[in-house]
Design a protein around this ligand. Structure first.
Ligand code: ZN
Length: 105
């Protein structure tokens, strides 16, 4: 999935969660949910760096450890200061998964 799509979905999730008063989302949370897309930095270890028809779950180092990332995300969601990081990581992996299912990679 492309970075603009990831950022748009993260922004939509953030705006939705902002409506919940008990969550009390702030700018730090916005930075965390948008920053969760830095997981795509593992593209720099791939050759070529970007390839539109590549399965990230088999080629990119951090994406390959998706089970560990999901575990870290769930733990992060339970810790309030890191909650939006966990949500962002789960959203990122979900979008990447939807992408490989749609493209049949
Ligand atoms: Zn990704």
């Amino acid at each position: 999935m492309t970075i603009p799509t990831h950022l748009a979905v993260d922004l939509a999730i953030f705006l939705l969660l902002m409506q919940i008063h008990s969550v009390d989302a702030g700018y730090a949370d916005l930075a965390l949910i948008l920053g969760s897309n830095l997981i795509d930095m593992d593209h720099f270890y791939s050759d070529p760096i970007y390839h539109p028809r590549r399965n990230p779950f088999t080629t990119h180092r951090v994406h390959r450890a998706w089970l560990l990332v999901i575990f870290f995300s769930v733990i992060s969601i339970l810790i309030r200061p890191l909650m939006f990081l966990g949500i962002g990581l789960l959203a990122h992996l979900s979008l990447d998964y939807l992408y490989i299912r749609r493209e049949k990679l």
